[in-house]
Design a protein around this ligand. Structure first.
Ligand code: GDP
Length: 369
């Protein structure tokens, strides 16, 4: 049979010779099509895209990504930046501000299920807005959701429906923020659209976008996840990332401290208590993360001796810069942020020094709890 068989997703001619070329399908799967056992078939790439497991990550300053952003500024669109509430500073896409233009822009804070039960939504949103404004981004709305637990999705979907009457909706986000989980959850709530998903190219790029048709003739467009070197997700192994990522709502662990004490969050975070009264610091981090208290004068030696062993992650294979610290004079009760790992609440009036690898993702905010 000389007839060419095409992928029903991208239309590429199916082949099983070269994985890197369009239309690739493993020989066994292709054979089923040839034998007539399977009539409608996707190439491996479309299959993976459809199931959202493997949307390719790209580097943030990649030309393709800039072209993608550029293409957003030239059309009327609602731009949705999905962010990880536990890695907010690294998942807010600052370069968006050059491209949002006249378009509407909203922030969706994901993984809200991990916040301690008594967290105040309004406080979290205030903090997100301040940080976004500081980076020159002015979100029209902020949503706090959990894609995994399908929490607060109805409000978001209502907003998207109401705001897609005359424009498409573009989802952007760095990898690991849960963008795929969110898109899947939205599709799930929308009913029978799975079969209508199409992939197409951003003009001028090699990147695919995935279009999900809405009832009103417009589309939800899922863009590729962007990988920034600043995220732990790009530096740690899958297993390590799993270990430091909280799975359940964070429970406080309180440590009674004196100046001269240090706390390590595995090998990924450190806080030195420099000045102040005897007081307590409250650690919010994954329960599987090893937390160690020691004397500051011994901390460097302790770290050098135990990093990669007791203090894991990181391990020797990870490409992480050494810990770098910054001093903070805490004026009001604050959360000291360790991006991707958690936070430590410290009382007003103390002086601390906090460290992360390369100082990445360090920051403070008014205590949320
Ligand atoms: P993407 O790279 O942005 O598409 O992110 P994924 O959807 O693959 O999710 C990245 C990681 O975050 C996975 O380990 C998910 O299980 C986890 N995740 C996604 N959404 C949530 C959520 O709402 N809550 C929690 N706790 N984890 C989530």
């Amino acid at each position: 049979m000389g007839e060419e068989i095409r992928c029903i997703g991208c239309g590429a001619s199916l082949q099983s010779e070269d994985k890197s070329l369009p239309g690739y399908l493993p020989q066994s799967a292709l054979q089923k099509v040839l034998d007539g056992e399977n009539e409608e078939v996707y190439c491996q790439r479309c299959f993976r895209l459809r199931h959202y497991n493997e949307i390719m990550p790209v580097a943030l300053d990649n030309d393709d990504f800039l072209a993608l952003l550029n293409s957003l500024s030239s059309k009327k669109a609602l731009i949705v930046n999905v962010v990880d509430l536990f890695d907010f500073s690294n998942s807010l896409i600052a370069s968006l501000k050059r491209f949002v233009g006249q378009n509407d822009f909203i922030l969706v804070g994901n993984k809200f299920d991990l916040f301690p039960k008594n967290s105040k939504e309004s406080k979290i949103k205030d903090w997100m807005r301040q940080e976004a404004n500081r980076m020159g981004l002015y979100p029209k709305e902020i949503f706090l959701i959990s894609a995994a637990k399908k929490k607060n999705l109805d409000d978001l979907i209502k907003y998207l429906n109401a705001n897609s009457q005359d424009q498409d909706v573009y989802f952007v986000g760095t990898t690991n923020v849960g963008k795929s989980t969110l898109i899947n959850a939205i599709i799930d709530k929308m009913g029978d659209v799975q079969d209508l998903i199409t992939t197409s190219r951003f003009p001028g790029t090699t990147l695919d976008k995935i279009e999900i048709p809405l009832d009103n003739g417009h589309f939800l467009v899922d863009t590729p996840g962007i990988l920034t070197k600043k995220q732990l997700a790009s530096r740690l192994s899958v297993k390590e990332l799993d270990l430091v990522s909280p799975k359940k709502p964070l429970k406080p662990a309180t440590y009674q401290l004196l100046p001269g004490n240090t706390i390590f969050l595995a090998g990924l975070g450190r806080i030195d208590y420099l000045q102040g009264p005897s007081t307590s610091f409250t650690v919010y981090a994954s329960r599987s993360m090893y937390v160690h208290r020691t004397k500051t004068e011994k901390a460097d030696e302790f770290y050098a001796k135990h990093v990669g062993e007791l203090l894991t992650p990181p391990s020797a294979e990870d490409d992480l810069p050494p810990l770098k610290g910054q001093e903070y004079h805490i004026k009001y009760r604050s959360d000291v942020l360790f991006a991707g790992v958690g936070f430590i609440t410290v009382p007003e009036g103390c002086v601390i020094k906090a460290y992360t690898p390369g100082g990445i993702g360090l920051g403070t905010r008014r205590a949320l709890i």
